[in-house]
Design a protein around this ligand. Structure first.
Ligand code: NAD
Length: 315
């Protein structure tokens, strides 16, 4: 049967994840990297990962064969080879505006159809910064994954003002089909949505340590044992709807308190490596997680996220 093709540009951490997600959904994936041999190396890593996921019963997709999913992914010989005839292209090159501009000019040159979704994985750069002068700019948007995308389903879809609504819809539909959980921002905004929530949390964590209110470990504990579990299955709006007799009742009961507490918030600290707060954070956290054990700890984190993903899927 004819399988639609997806082009992935950049075979690093995120490019490999996208390749696995699209293959799990039955797409043919063409993986391109400008570094000689990198796409072939990525294919080896992907096979190892798929095999290990299968062993742990974590493989995604209907076809439950690691080798068959792997066989859908191939290394592209050139960017042209990767982009041509694709129904969707996901760019995953490093976070550097000049590099994105260069790569997108090339992708634009090879796009052969008005209905191809052209998505960037960028964490922070609005696509208007690199798509304005492109012939196919109406097809370009951001599809921002959260690491590791295989286990964290959110994808932020962020169109530029000139992105076609039909392309936004198609991107959202395809992400849903992959089993990811897309949200659509109506327009570009700094930090998209996730970091607009994450940064205020981080700022307040920093403030509390700076004020000597809690230990570094206890601040992490507030999130991991309080907010984290609470938000693992529902967002803040559903949470407050359940925490009173409905959301209106919650606003009646707690609106004033939230306002009063919030008057004491809002101070935005300058997060900086030269701050004494950073010295303290580093000293404390390294006691638990020495800098030379980060790889091991990341592996542990991914395993935990994998079991959570499994639990959430069965929910
Ligand atoms: P990475 O460094 O792991 O991989 C980037 C790959 O792109 C490398 O293999 C590199 O050889 C390749 N590359 C460089 N120039 C290229 C070019 N001109 N053409 C083709 N390939 C080229 O980076 P990553 O972590 O996978 O990040 C990729 C993108 O995803 C970035 O925009 C990043 O902001 C975004 N992102 C990263 C994360 C994360 O946690 N790592 C999360 C969400 C989004």
């Amino acid at each position: 049967a004819f399988l639609p093709k997806v082009g992935i540009v950049g075979a690093g951490l995120i490019g490999r994840s996208w390749a696995m997600l699209f293959a799990a959904a039955g797409y043919r994936v063409s993986l391109y990297d400008s570094l000689e041999g990198a796409a072939e190396k990525a294919l080896e890593l992907i096979l190892k990962q798929l095999t290990s996921l299968k062993e742990q019963d974590l493989l995604r997709g209907k076809c439950q064969h690691a080798e068959e999913q792997h066989a859908l992914i191939s290394a592209a010989h050139s960017l042209e080879d990767c982009v041509t005839n694709s129904v969707y292209v996901q760019e995953c090159v490093p976070e550097d505006l000049e590099l994105k501009r260069t790569v997108w000019r090339l992708i634009d040159y090879f796009v052969d159809d008005e209905s191809v979704v052209l998505a960037s994985s960028t964490s922070c750069i609005p696509s208007s910064k690199f798509s304005e002068d492109l012939k196919h700019r109406a097809q370009v948007l951001v599809a921002h994954p959260i690491n590791p995308p295989y286990f964290v389903p959110l994808v932020e879809i962020v169109p530029a003002s000139w992105t076609s609504p039909a392309i936004v819809e198609k991107a959202r539909k395809m992400q849903t089909e992959l089993g990811q959980s897309p949200v659509t921002l109506k327009k570009e905004v700094a930090g998209f949505a996730l970091n607009r929530l994450q940064y205020p949390v981080l700022n307040e964590c920093w403030n509390m340590v700076e004020q000597g209110l809690l230990s570094v470990e206890d601040v992490d504990r507030v999130v991991k044992d309080g907010l984290g579990p609470r938000y693992a299955f529902m967002g803040p709006f559903e949470t407050i709807h359940l925490n009173a007799e409905g959301i209106r009742n919650y606003c009646e009961r707690y609106g004033e308190t939230i306002w009063d507490v919030s008057q004491t918030l809002g101070f935005v600290p300058k997060i900086s490596a030269s701050s004494s707060v950073c010295d303290k954070l580093e000293e404390d956290i390294q006691r638990k997680i020495p800098i030379d054990s980060l790889a091991e700890r990341r592996q542990w984190r991914d395993e935990k996220l994998a079991s959570l993903a499994k639990l959430r899927r069965s929910d």
